[in-house]
Design a binder for this molecule. Structure first.
Ligand code: SF4
Ligand code: SF4
Length: 424
């Protein structure tokens, strides 16, 4: 305890507010997670990671820097971790899921901005996150307008590099994206002083692919009935993937999957097989944002899958091709894989809509909840196309637009219960 306080102090963390945040987050975690019946034993590791959320991993990052490595913060699943790790770096997802830090952001950002962006800015500006303070620099991207512009402000607080993510997927844009991936490799080499060799990049491609395969295995198990794991627990595993050490994370997720496989074999579930199954589709949900899952799963239903960046979009495009053995081929394989991600920032984005329908079938969903964060224009506008397509397929759909506050919890619960009655 004393050691971690010393670490936070040296990082310049606001200790009083850090204590307040950890206390509040710990209470939410206890209420949301620890009261679930029949949890898999393998979730013990993830509970432990959460109990030490501001301690163990930030310490590992600081140690890594002391040994000469780099720590790089990211905010989007388009930024290739393979390249960061190949340059002796650690990549850490810095998106934030709490309104605790809004007060720190709202004097420099508009109030009517996506909560995910505001939260991240607030955690940095208010010196509230040991993860931010462990980073050498952050990597932003030109995805949505809010993020695109906020990087210019972030640069006042921490060095910020920006990757240009195109808005279309035609051959010209693919070329641009490949160039961006090549430039990012150069940036990482310059920052780290490490020349990325094909041997090391090949190893790191396998490392990150292994993490994807472990998550894919977890999600495959969620296609079973009864469900061997709650949606809340599966979401937590995905969220932790963004910052934990990839080797440890992969091993612990595979251990969890071994246990879940036994459960599936024995027909053991966390709820009755008759509980309505929900596919959640839309914006990412970042720690400690468990609001929607908690409402669904305390209303008699269960979340079977998330078509989000803290769900399938993180792993469910083919893994990076491991066959190229030269740098050019490897970078092209990386660029190709990442450009397959189906974010609403792209136009057209019909592949995403086909995928939602496929997931609804594969995960045997009784209904889809389309989840958007307030002021997220691209996911909000894309709803209209999703609605038409799902209506045509006869898949029940409920739209939820919310933020990080608890103020609308009662109203959301009423709407979700009404939806569940309709689909049961
Ligand atoms: S929703 Fe889009 S912009 Fe946000 S993290 Fe996912 S890919 Fe990136
Ligand atoms: S949720 Fe939407 S508005 Fe918010 S950062 Fe992601 S894409 Fe941008």
């Amino acid at each position: 305890m004393e050691g971690e306080r010393e670490m936070w102090k040296a990082q310049g963390i606001d200790l009083k507010r850090n204590d307040e945040f950890l206390e509040a987050a710990g209470k939410i975690y206890g209420d949301v997670y620890m009261k679930q019946p029949n949890r898999p034993k393998g979730m013990g590791f993830f509970d432990f990671v959460m109990s030490e959320v501001h301690s163990i991993r930030p310490k590992e990052m600081i140690d890594h820097r002391e040994k000469g490595g780099k720590v790089v913060g990211t905010f989007c699943v388009y930024v290739p971790d393979e390249i960061i790790f190949a340059a002796n770096g650690i990549g850490v997802g810095l998106c934030c899921g709490s309104d605790f830090s809004f007060i720190d952001a709202e004097d420099i950002l508009p109030t009517n901005l996506c909560p995910l962006i505001k939260s991240g800015m607030g955690f940095k500006k208010g010196m509230l996150s040991p993860y931010f303070e462990a980073c050498d620099f952050i990597v932003g991207e030109t995805t949505c307008d809010g993020k695109k512009k906020v990087w210019e402000i972030f640069d006042n607080y921490i060095p910020t590099y920006i990757m240009e993510v195109p808005q279309k997927k035609d051959p010209k844009q693919r070329e641009l994206w490949l160039k961006e991936v090549e430039l990012f490799k150069e940036k990482m080499e310059k920052e780290s002083g490490v020349t990325i060799t094909p041997e090391v990049l090949g190893e790191k491609i396998k490392l990150i692919n292994a993490r994807r395969k472990a998550l894919e295995r977890l999600y495959e198990l969620r296609k079973s009935s009864p469900l061997p794991i709650s949606g809340k627990d599966a979401l937590l595993v995905s969220q932790i993937a963004f910052y934990d050490d990839p080797v440890r994370f992969t091993s612990k997720t595979n251990e969890l999957c071994d246990e879940l496989e036994e459960r599936v074999k024995n027909g053991e579930g966390v709820v009755e097989p008759t509980a309505p199954r929900i596919l959640v589709s839309g914006c990412p949900m970042v720690i400690p944002n468990w609001k929607l899952h908690h409402i669904v799963e305390t209303s008699g239903a269960i979340v079977a899958c998330e078509e989000t960046c803290t769900g399938t979009r993180y792993f469910d495009t083919p893994i990076v091709d491991e066959t190229p053995t030269d740098i050019d081929g490897q970078l092209k394989a990386i660029a190709d894989r990442y450009l397959n991600i189906k974010c609403s920032c792209f136009t057209p984005n019909d592949d995403r809509i086909d995928q939602i329908i496929k997931f609804a079938r594969d995960y045997r969903a009784d209904g889809v909840i389309y989840y958007t964060l307030q002021f997220c224009l691209t996911y909000n506008v894309e709803y209209e196309k999703v609605k038409r397509a799902l209506n045509k397929e006869g898949i029940p759909l409920l739209r939820i637009e919310t933020d990080y506050s608890e103020e609308d919890t009662g109203q959301l619960k009423t709407r979700i219960e009404g939806f569940l009655e309709r689909i049961s």
